[in-house]
Design a binder for this molecule. Structure first.
Ligand SMILES: NC(=O)c1ccc[n+]([C@@H]2O[C@H](COP(=O)([O-])OP(=O)(O)OC[C@H]3O[C@@H](n4cnc5c(N)ncnc54)[C@H](OP(=O)(O)O)[C@@H]3O)[C@@H](O)[C@H]2O)c1
Length: 236
């Protein structure tokens, strides 16, 4: 990235929890400036206050990631407060699991709107700006289920395969522009995603593991262009 590496302007959708929150605090170790999005205003306010107390310039926007008008208002605020964007982590996501015939149309809409439409909207907004400045990094939180399939994951895996294809097509479009695109592809991560669910979280990846992988993409040299990072749990 040609941008000032000590003061990157970083947007994180789904910055109110889990992986998005962990990435913000990981990157805050090196300073940087942040705009976090989500629907939980209380959580966003708390995280942004903590980032500010660490000396970072940080803001948040509240709303549904799939709402075009909300996204446009947020992006206008990003440009006004941060003066542009160097990194987008398109991370907001939701998952509903079960046999296909048991999944509802509402669950279909929620997953495709959040996981695919929300990613498309934010990519569509930031890319012209990044292309114009000839630098930038977009990272989409896909999943191991963006690269493989499994029983009881049909719609969720379909959304993650969709964004995986979106990013791989985008990488071809971005050749020669100075803008880079990548995905992170974690297996199960111990985040609030699993709150209230009867699952063993002891051997899962941690959100810090994912944040370290995101940092690797953001901090990579100009001579490198990471395609995706697949993370599997280290504890067996
Ligand atoms: N945890 C895992 O095992 C795992 C594994 C692979 C990939 N992932 C992916 O990682 C990403 C983050 O998940 P996580 O594990 O960090 O879960 P999480 O703690 O539940 O965080 C999900 C984030 O997405 C935001 N979000 C969800 N729906 C939204 C909507 N309609 N509009 C705006 N924001 C919305 C949430 O914000 P609000 O609640 O404030 O709206 C929250 O910040 C997701 O894309 C998920 O698919 C997770």
């Amino acid at each position: 990235m040609n941008a000032d590496k000590d003061s990157l302007r970083i947007i994180i959708t789904g910055g109110s929890s889990g992986i998005g929150e962990a990435v913000a605090f990981e990157m805050a170790k090196s300073g940087h400036r942040f705009y976090l999005t989500g629907r939980n205003e209380e959580r966003l306010q708390k995280i942004v206050t903590e980032l500010q107390s660490l000396g970072c310039d940080a803001y948040f926007g509240v709303g549904d990631v799939s709402d075009e008008k909300v996204a446009e208002q947020m992006f206008a605020e990003v440009k006004q407060k941060l003066g542009g964007v160097d990194v987008l982590l398109a991370n907001a996501g939701v998952g509903h699991f079960g046999n296909l015939e048991d999944l509802s149309l509402d669950q279909y809409d929620a997953q495709f709107n959040t996981n695919v439409r929300g990613v498309f909207l934010w990519l569509k907004m930031v890319l012209p700006l990044m292309k114009g400045q000839n630098s930038g990094q977009v990272i989409v939180t896909s999943s191991n289920l963006g690269l493989k399939t499994s029983a009881r994951c049909s719609l969720y895996a379909a959304t993650k395969h969709a964004v995986q294809a979106m990013v791989w097509c985008l990488r071809d479009e971005l050749k020669g522009t100075g803008v880079k695109a990548a995905t992170i592809n974690p297996g199960s991560v111990d985040t609030p995603w699993f709150d209230g669910k009867d699952v063993d979280r002891s051997k899962m990846l941690s959100s810090v593991d994912i944040a370290s992988a995101v940092r690797l993409i953001i901090d990579q040299n100009e001579s490198s262009d990471i395609d995706h990072i697949l993370l599997t749990p280290g504890k067996n």
